[in-house]
Design a protein around this ligand. Structure first.
Ligand SMILES: [Zn+2]
Length: 310
């Protein structure tokens, strides 16, 4: 029996099976080392909701401490500054009123620190990692080691903006999480969150193990985001950066396909592409056909606003 959609409860259809051995091989290829035994919780089915098109894992069993202890030991896992932080600041500034903001999963406060030049925003954050919270506090930021439930008890209905940066795709109960986050919103408040836009452009060759369980439990596109907005009764708005030109992606992905991920760079790509012209043409056509969102080619991440009408 396939699990129903974790956002809209619609029926799901299995797209494919993903074995724990396949996940471990994929992670080994990305990080150059295999995950320790037991870090990958097990096998999954990858399922698409027939109603909202959300793609999700069955079972919704996210990676645990063993998985993330291993993953976070690699420097390449950690993100630097993200384009969506600047866009969030623009959205907040455009509101032109005092705002109370909460970031869920604030980490060491890298995003909250960027808000210091918006004096009308009173920013707080929560995170479960003791060491991250201490680092954020040492930077003078209001970050606490609270759970979402604790914040709801203390401060339901009081936040004008709740920010989640690349959190939603990791959680096993996305519908329930966003329902709880909605409880934090003041009138006219909004949730601002970013997720990968799936399939990501590099997934034309094959699905990216880092965009699959036990790392990413859900895969989002505009239809699934619409479904989430409908379930929550909130107004949807989305932003994306300009996507990379199809020919640039095709150059890279042709070389990745022929020589392996990231092996050939820069001008050295040209002879590889010339020698594999048929592959290049086909991959280029795939990229040119990439989904359009709001009239522009879909990028690999999307910033989403879900706003209360009143
Ligand atoms: Zn659904």
């Amino acid at each position: 029996m396939t699990a129903n959609c974790p956002v809209c409860s619609g029926p799901g259809a299995v797209i494919r099976h993903l074995g724990a051995d396949e996940i471990a091989r994929g992670l080994n290829a990305v990080f150059g080392a295999p995950p320790p035994a037991g870090a990958v919780p097990g096998d999954y089915d990858i399922v698409r909701c027939a109603d909202c098109a959300l793609v999700y894992a069955d079972p919704m069993r996210a990676g645990g401490a063993a998985f993330y202890d291993w993953l976070t030991s690699f420097p390449k896992y950690h993100a630097q500054g993200r384009w969506e932080w600047a866009r969030i600041k623009n959205v907040l500034a455009a509101e032109a009123r005092p705002l109370r903001l909460l970031e869920l999963g604030a980490g060491q406060g890298d995003f909250l620190a960027t808000l210091k030049d918006l004096p009308q925003v009173t920013a707080q954050g929560i995170d479960l990692s003791e060491s991250s919270v201490k680092k954020a506090q040492a930077r003078g930021l209001d970050v606490r080691r609270d759970t979402l439930e604790q914040v709801i008890t203390k401060a339901a209905g009081t936040y004008d903006a709740v920010v989640l940066s690349h959190v939603l795709e990791h959680v096993a109960t996305p519908g329930a999480l966003m329902g709880a986050v909605k409880n934090l919103l003041a009138p006219k408040g909004r949730i601002l969150f970013s997720v990968p836009y799936s399939p990501m452009s590099r997934e034309y060759l094959q699905d990216d193990v880092m965009n699959l369980p036990p790392h990413h439990m859900t895969r989002w596109n505009i239809q699934a985001l619409d479904g989430l907005a409908r379930v929550l009764g909130l107004d949807l708005e989305t932003w994306m950066p300009k996507a990379k030109a199809p020919w640039k992606r095709a150059l890279k992905h042709t070389c990745d396909k022929v020589r392996g991920e990231g092996r050939v760079r820069g001008l050295a790509r040209l002879p590889v592409v010339l020698a594999n012209w048929g592959d290049f043409r086909r991959i280029l056509a795939d990229h040119r056909n990439r989904e359009r969102v709001g009239g522009q080619m879909a990028a690999d991440t999307v910033l989403v606003s879900l706003k209360k009408q009143t």
